[in-house]
Write a protein that binds this ligand. Structure first.
Ligand code: ADP
Length: 395
């Protein structure tokens, strides 16, 4: 091997290595070596570990037939052949073909891929026209197959690491949840027990207004317990996808106003501004969507207590966008990606009670409506939850 080839390979290797995304890395690999090995399309097929069916995981068109980028049907036959024989396969077109026939009869070159040491994939190249592949071409293509294998392994490792991180986080959250939930259950129970014991004491008589006050506290705390248990059950049902939704036409602006009014009776200090344009109905489960608003109001009251709440609703072609904004303390950026996870609470949030289920439930409900929910927050400026729900054109 001469120095020029070696430094070329070295440079290519560096460029490929620097690409974070495995597809971008493969693109770089194929494009860089295309000067030495010409092809029109390349595709990678991997066997599904369970079904054993091979699926295309990467397809790239660089030359003629660019439109075929997404359509990798051309390679399926040879990929399956490579996988069943477990060796390289080269198919050259008959010599002296007309131009029209060249497009149907092409040069096909396929290599087995040993991802993780087992033969479970194939890299195939197609070229329409041109001279036959030489031994050098085949060697270069084979080198690309090794390289592609390394990139796929890197990707699988990254995926596994991401999944592991998420599982570990989930386990930590679950641990925290047990202590949170026992605290959450104990607090209202403590109140109920304390005030009912006081009322039952035979050595003391309480005047009417004190009795009412105690009973009110018992009543509110029992409601809180019921809500908490309901939230836990709901989140378990959402998790196992057994929660039933009843869809019918709903006006979400009216729903949000109803919820605001209901909450206002308990929290007369809460100030809510609506900025809503005329909106069509959507197909949804009114009770569940109301629950989303209840959770957002309850969070605004808990985490942005002195703040006004601004609710906006706009029609955006085929969806309604709801913005639910407070101007409270906001949430540090680092925590935002996890907010909708089950049991997640912002670290240090120990003074305000909660279970970390509210936003998870909101997200699951919105997703069951084929919508989307996300959060934007700026420290000391406030937090905005944005919900998009699709409009049903038949309504
Ligand atoms: P919980 O309120 O039970 O902790 P949620 O899932 O409703 O659980 O919320 C998750 C976390 O998001 C909360 O612990 C809180 O730190 C943060 N959060 C939610 N809403 C707001 C808000 N409006 N302003 C600031 N932080 C919020």
């Amino acid at each position: 091997m001469d120095l020029a080839t070696l430094s070329f390979l070295h440079k290519t290797f560096q460029e490929v290595q620097r690409k974070q995304d495995w597809r971008a890395a493969l693109d770089t690999l194929f494009v860089s070596l295309r000067g030495s090995f010409v092809f029109d399309n390349a595709a990678i097929y991997l066997e599904d570990s369970q079904t054993k069916a091979s699926e295309v995981v990467y397809a790239r068109a660089v030359g003629r037939g660019k439109a075929a980028e997404a359509d990798s049907m051309w390679g399926e036959g040879i990929a399956n052949e490579v996988l069943s024989k477990g060796k390289m396969i080269l198919k050259e077109p008959r010599k002296g073909l007309s131009y029209a026939n060249r497009l149907t009869e092409a040069h096909l070159l396929g290599f087995p891929l040993y991802v993780g040491g087992n033969m479970n994939g194939a890299l195939v190249f197609i070229r329409f026209g041109g001279p036959q592949y030489t031994e050098l071409h085949i060697q270069i293509a084979s080198l690309q197959a090794f390289w592609a294998t390394a990139l796929i392994e890197r990707k699988e490792l990254q995926d596994a690491r991401t999944e592991l991180d998420s599982v570990q986080r989930q386990m930590r959250l679950q641990d925290d949840f047990v202590s949170t939930i026992s605290h959450e259950l104990r607090t209202p129970l403590g109140f109920i027990k304390g005030y009912s014991t006081s009322l039952l004491r035979q050595d003391t008589t309480w005047d009417d207004s004190t009795q009412r006050e105690f009973l009110n506290i018992i009543d509110e705390e029992a409601d809180r317990l019921a809500r908490l248990i309901e939230n836990m059950l709901e989140s378990a049902r959402l998790q196992s996808q057994t929660l039933q939704f009843k869809f019918s036409p709903v006006r979400i602006d009216a729903l949000a106003r109803d919820v605001a009014m209901r909450i206002h009776t308990h929290h007369p200090e809460m100030k809510v501004n609506f900025d809503v344009e005329t909106l069509p109905s959507i197909r949804g489960d009114g009770m569940r969507i109301a629950q989303v608003f209840e959770n957002l109001f309850s969070n605004a009251l808990k985490y942005a207590p002195a703040s006004e709440i601004n609710i906006g609703m706009r029609l955006m072609s085929d969806k309604i966008r709801v913005t639910f904004a407070d101007n409270g303390e906001g949430i540090p950026e680092d925590y935002l990606p996890f907010l909708f996870e089950r049991f997640y609470r912002v670290p240090g949030e120990r003074t305000v009670t909660g279970t970390g289920l509210g936003l998870y439930i909101c997200k699951q409900i919105v997703m069951a409506h084929h919508g989307n929910i996300w959060v934007e927050s700026v420290l000391d400026k406030g937090t905005t939850f944005i919900i998009e729900l699709p409009v049903d054109p038949t309504l």
